[in-house]
Design a binder for this molecule. Structure first.
Ligand code: FAD
Ligand code: SIN
Length: 534
């Protein structure tokens, strides 16, 4: 089993990981690992854009307020103010790296700013309707060109290496790197560093329907929890209102910017009120209400009328306008025989973003010395009970930068890793029953969707809790006896995250933001985080 030592280890090559790497590489050598392809995370799939105050008529105060309103007051105001005030500089850095943000349409406007739900101003910079891909390409280009950055694909982090894994036990919880399964050699490598940054993204795949890529299995949250970090607000899972409803293409997002640029949500024909808009009945902000409100309204109409989907319609806008603003969506849907310039798009809500995660401070520090985290894996206090659209990529850039800056500023205080025990592969054999892994994957995602979804009840949550406990016995047993595989590593994490979500949801005795339960429909006066400590 190879053991290699680096300055800093970054787990994840999305917006957060690469931002941190590029900053650190000014004077440190960095290893960045990805569980699959380097562009395999959510970053590459982001559509709408990045929120920042860039217009003279807009203000930091308004962006802060919009973020707090969407987050139902559960946000940490100091964090929100920090991120919002760092946003314009983050956008400048991206522009310098070559991200080709769309130019302004009016004279004197540097960039075109689109609008999304919950924003009181136009403040989203974007690259057509495929902003994440443009960001991923620019960050990867800069990282590849930097001799201080080593990028490695197909290395799956299994568990953080802490002082418990040292040859001499010290027990202070210091993190020295990570054990990672190498898909090419099929062995487990020990990767050591003075500092480790978790940038592993979210846990969307805990749910049956999600807009997130296959690898969003909450690995970083589960690893940090097992190592001894607190996690917070895990019950706050964001459901995006408009995922394409299609029996073959199951997770194609229709960006919120479609509603921002005038798209309407309507009931499909053939039901009472068919062809009519329904959002005005639910919220004065109509289609541009925050996501939790719109997703719940769609869920309500689907259940009330027994529908498979509702319609999102932008066909009343000129065809050239639609094609110009949404070229990717236009082309993708035309392939599926839907011409969005002429007809509505069938849509359903789907899990989209993990608002909860590993607790960090404004420097990206977790509870454990040597361990930092940035991006969707974290709960920084920015999103509260519901993330405001396009604040997520922003969080990755701000905290990727903050964690890297803190490590560089405190480099001399960070101790070097001690001798570490290698991963013990001798006691286990190859699995003879892969079916268990596949079956349990599906079971978790199904019951999480059915029992821990948009509308919850205590009874459903208790059912989910019971299922988690049964599966945990099976998975722990399996994990202890058989050699690790990529699917087994992810299954163990998926289950850990499901357990944290259900436990947090049962703990919250109110409805707030994304956590809506029929048993406690009121919102309590005091907004209190659900913090779980190992
Ligand atoms: P990711 O980009 O998800 O990257 C995670 C990285 O971690 C990957 O490299 C992965 O390989 C690696 N990794 C994970 N587990 C392991 C492991 N065990 N071992 C090794 N490596 C591992 N947000 C916005 O602000 N604006 C948008 O317009 C927007 N649109 C979106 C559209 C879609 C379809 C989706 C799914 C999300 C969207 N979001 C948007 C959310 C945003 O894209 C993500 O929150 C953000 O990109 C997360 O970045 P990240 O760097 O934290 O993680
Ligand atoms: C979208 O384009 O609707 C996604 C934006 C986001 O998740 O912030």
């Amino acid at each position: 089993m190879p053991t290699t030592t680096h300055n800093v280890i970054i787990i994840g090559s999305g917006a957060a990981g690469l931002t941190a790497a590029i900053n650190l590489a000014q004077d440190r050598k960095v290893l960045v690992l990805a569980k699959g392809a380097l562009d395999g995370g959510s970053t590459n799939w982001a559509q709408g854009g990045i929120a920042a105050v860039l217009d003279a008529g807009d203000s930091f105060e308004a962006h802060v307020e919009d973020t707090m309103v969407a987050g139902a007051g559960l946000n940490d105001r100091a964090t929100v103010e920090f991120v919002v005030s760092e946003a314009p500089a983050a956008i400048e850095r991206l522009a310098k790296l070559g991200v080709p943000f769309n130019a302004g349409e009016d004279f004197g406007d540097r960039w075109h700013l689109t609008r999304e739900g919950g924003h009181s101003h136009r403040r989203i910079v974007h690259v057509d309707d495929a902003t994440g891909h443009a960001v991923q390409v620019a960050l990867l280009k800069a990282a590849r060109a930097n001799p201080n950055i080593t990028l490695v694909e197909d290395l799956i982090a299994i568990d953080l290496i802490t002082s418990r894994h040292g040859e001499r036990y010290s027990g202070d919880g210091h993190v020295w790197g990570v054990y990672a399964f190498n898909k090419k050699t099929k062995h487990v490598d020990a990767l050591l560093g003075k500092a480790t940054i978790l940038c592993t993204g979210g846990a969307g795949r805990t749910y049956l329907f999600s807009t997130a890529p296959r690898g969003a299995t909450g690995d970083g949250i589960a690893m940090a929890w097992r190592a001894g970090c607190r996690v917070s607000n895990m019950e706050m899972n964001q459901f995006h209102p408009t995922c394409l409803y299609n029996l073959e293409v199951k997770n194609f997002l229709i960006t919120e910017a479609v509603r921002g640029e005038g798209g309407h949500l309507k009931l499909p024909p053939g039901v009472p009120g068919g062809g009519e808009r329904f959002m005005p009945r639910f919220d004065p902000r109509e289609e541009l209400a925050p996501r939790d409100v719109v997703a719940r309204a769609i869920d309500h109409e689907i259940k009330r009328l027994g529908l498979d989907y509702v319609h999102l319609d932008i066909s009343h806008k000129p065809p050239e306008f639609v094609k110009h603003h949404f070229p990717t969506i236009y082309a993708r849907l035309l392939d599926l025989d839907i011409d969005i310039t002429k007809e509505p798009i069938p849509v359903v809500p789907a899990q989209h973003y993990t608002c909860g995660g590993v607790v960090i401070d404004l420097d990206g520090r977790t509870d454990l010395p040597g361990l930092y985290a940035a991006g969707e894996v974290t709960e920084s206090g920015l999103h509260g009970a519901n993330r405001l659209a396009s604040n997520s990529l922003l969080e990755c850039f701000v905290f990727g930068e903050a964690a890297a800056s803190h490590i560089r500023a405190h480099w001399d205080e960070l101790p070097a890793p001690p001798p570490i025990r290698p991963w013990d592969e001798s006691r286990v054999t190859n699995s003879d029953e892969e079916v268990i892994v596949q079956h349990n994957w599906k079971e978790i995602r199904r019951f999480m969707w059915d029992y821990v979804g948009i509308v919850r009840t205590t009874k459903r949550l208790e059912r989910a809790q019971h299922r988690v406990a049964l599966l945990a016995q099976e998975v722990d047993d399996y994990y202890g006896n058989f050699r690790v595989t990529p699917d087994l590593i992810e299954l163990r994490n998926l289950l850990e995250v499901a357990r944290l979500i259900v436990r947090s949801a049962l703990h919250r005795k109110e409805s707030r933001g994304l956590h809506y339960t029929l048993d406690y429909p009121e919102t309590l006066e005091a907004a209190v985080d659900t913090v779980l400590a190992p």
